[in-house]
Design a protein around this ligand. Structure first.
Ligand code: SF4
Length: 320
């Protein structure tokens, strides 16, 4: 029987060695669940740990601490051999479709590769039955199958990347900034493609993006990360209509606004200063060095995640 939650992440921590005794605190104690057939957007500035979090969940990196449950199965410390059947359930779409597609392989071989690796077909030729409909589904044609990735535009390459990730019919796809490298005119097409597949197949997405405007249209829930911590998470509309954490408010202030009156308000709410080094993250609330509302306790005591009503979770002393 399948679980209601396709993904459960509990106190996930990922530290990297950075030379000498230095440690990069990329992800520190992040917890969330992702319901089957839903999308969770994970946002934050570059360096906030969202991509490290995604890559640790898909086990490209070993886990420092915490637990990852995929469809109820604990994959936290699985060896690569044990992980193989789980990878069929969990795929990834990368930010840069050019870098993630093998330049020496044809599009057919790129999409057929996971089918062969997971024993769904034995030979490349047998894969055509699955590859061609997938190509058509992402808006390409059979004729594109014999071409190489460099012959395509950025948007077409991302369609190939999506076809490769979805051909296995996974339960969960981790989308690591899948539209950031694309022209604005192409972004909506790619998002619509992902949404269509979700409606048809009941797939779940963990959608990583650097700003809140990108995830608004796709997400059922949104989580905001700052310097390795999850600072706020709630239902998608709620985060846009009632943001609580000062960092979330700042991120929303950084969304480009056409209306000049609202744009002036935006300037006031922008986040000042740079994100501190994850090698020496600030004590207490990690946002206190940039927060306009910081109190003395903020530099000493880490705020815990608290439900302020209706599942709206926030980690900030203003609400404790
Ligand atoms: Fe600002 Fe303090 Fe809240 Fe951190 S805990 S966001 S420093 S008010």
């Amino acid at each position: 029987m399948s679980n209601q939650n396709i993904l459960e992440v509990r106190d996930l921590t990922k530290h990297f060695k950075a030379g000498g005794k230095q440690v990069v605190h990329a992800v520190d104690g992040v917890s969330f669940t992702l319901a089957r057939g839903k999308t969770l957007g994970l946002v934050g500035e570059s360096g906030c740990g969202k991509s490290s979090c995604a890559r640790t969940i898909i086990r490209m990196y070993d886990v420092t601490a915490g637990q990852i449950l995929l469809d109820g199965t604990d994959i936290t410390n699985m060896k690569q051999k044990e992980l193989k059947p789980m990878r069929k359930k969990m795929q990834m779409i990368f930010q840069d479709p050019y870098a993630s597609l093998n330049a020496r392989m044809t599009v057919r071989d790129i999409i057929a590769e996971p089918l062969i690796a997971h024993g769904i077909v034995k030979k490349k030729e047998e894969a055509n039955e699955l590859v061609y409909p997938m190509l058509e589904w992402v808006g390409l044609t059979k004729e594109h199958a014999n071409r190489y990735a460099h012959e395509f535009s950025g948007g077409q390459r991302q369609r190939v990347g999506i076809a490769r990730a979805l051909v296995l019919k996974p339960d969960l796809v981790i989308c690591d900034e899948p539209i950031s490298a694309l022209d604005v005119s192409i972004q909506a097409q790619v998002i619509n493609l992902l949404k269509d597949f979700q409606e048809e197949k009941g797939i779940s997405y963990l959608f990583i993006a650097h700003d809140l405007s990108m995830v608004r249209y796709v997400s059922d829930e949104v989580g905001v990360m700052y310097l390795g911590h999850l600072v706020e998470i709630c239902e998608s509309n709620e985060i846009y209509e009632n943001p609580l954490h000062p960092y979330t408010k700042g991120l929303l202030g950084s969304i480009p606004i056409a209306n000049p009156r609202l744009a002036r308000m935006k300037e006031k709410s922008g986040i000042e200063g740079d994100i501190p080094s994850p090698i020496h993250p600030p004590a207490g609330c990690r946002f206190h060095t940039r927060c306009p509302y910081a109190k003395p306790e903020c530099g000493e005591i880490k705020p815990e995640m608290k439900d302020v009503g209706g599942g709206h979770m926030v980690a900030c002393h203003l609400y404790s």
